[in-house]
Ligand binder design. Structure first.
Ligand SMILES: [Zn+2]
Length: 287
């Protein structure tokens, strides 16, 4: 299966298999009635929907950047049942198929610290011990996010798992972003909040082309309407406000929207009428 890259100027973006799982459809669409969201997203008889966790490799002239890390390989049998794991985490071999060793990744960006995004930064190696999956990469979290990851409240502790960040804490590879940062020429991070207090988005601009990764503010193409927030969003009014502004701007700029959780479409562009004007499915078996 060929893994094609989406070209944004000098950068090629590849989607990797960071695992897939099922969640309650109602929780993913928050206040939206099932009779409406089910017309936009396939749902099974148990009311569950399929979601991928697809880290993106951004390959540039001088950089190998990973955005998100997938679910990782540390889930217990009980967790595998709860989240109905459909596909195992396979980021390392997906990178190898692209000719990239995990030690070559120079930067890992995490939009936030939830298990399905940060689970892949620490892996169980052949020796059976947890270690950084990308040991030479700096790992970029927003400072506010990292504070919450390390001292979660009752609500967020269900998604912030210490096993995903303990090894990073003990390493020299953690870099905390104060609201905004430039990762590489044309690639910037911005604090958005909303889904979590320290959630961040990734913006790519190169040679007149643009792409945005809004993380869990915009998990699938079905979540285009700013009012379609998730039950998992900690600050839903912030999500609505940020989505309104960021999606409006990106549609105006004809930017690609890059999706992390979407098994049906890896990236797309929207027209001002809200209809998809271009779509991208990087992997041949992406149904
Ligand atoms: Zn997520």
């Amino acid at each position: 299966m060929e893994n094609k890259g989406l070209k944004i100027g000098v950068y090629d973006i590849f989607w990797l298999n960071g695992g897939s799982f099922k969640l309650d459809g109602g929780a993913m669409f928050g206040p939206v009635p099932k009779s409406i969201w089910a017309k936009r997203y396939p749902v099974d008889a148990d009311n569950n929907i399929l979601l991928t966790a697809s880290p993106m490799l951004i390959k540039g002239p001088d950089s190998l950047i990973l955005v998100e890390s997938g679910i990782g390989n540390k889930l217990t049998e009980k967790q595998r049942k709860i989240f109905q794991i459909q596909q195992d985490w396979d980021v390392i071999s997906d990178l190898e198929k692209l000719g990239i060793d995990r030690h070559d990744i120079d930067t890992v960006v995490l939009t936030h610290g939830d298990w399905d995004h940060a689970g892949g930064i620490v892996m169980i190696s052949k020796s059976g011990k947890p270690e950084l999956s990308f040991p030479r990469a700096r790992h970029l979290f927003q400072r506010a996010e990292w504070e919450d990851v390390r001292q979660p409240c009752n609500r967020s502790s269900a998604a912030y798992w210490p096993i995903n960040t303990d090894v990073l804490t003990a390493s020299d590879q953690l870099v905390l972003v104060e609201e905004m940062a430039t990762v590489a020429p044309g690639i910037t991070l911005t604090l958005t909040g909303g889904h979590t207090r320290g959630h961040q988005a990734v913006f790519i601009e190169s040679q007149g082309e643009q792409a945005v990764h809004l993380g869990d503010l915009f998990p699938t193409q079905a979540h285009l309407n700013p009012l379609w927030v998730m039950a998992y969003d900690n600050f839903p009014l912030e999500v609505i406000d940020r989505k309104k502004k960021l999606i409006h701007q990106a549609v105006h700029d004809q930017a690609w929207f890059l999706f992390y959780h979407n098994p049906f479409c890896d990236a797309c562009k929207f027209g001002v009428d809200g209809k998809i004007s271009a779509s991208w499915q990087a992997r041949a078996d992406c149904a």
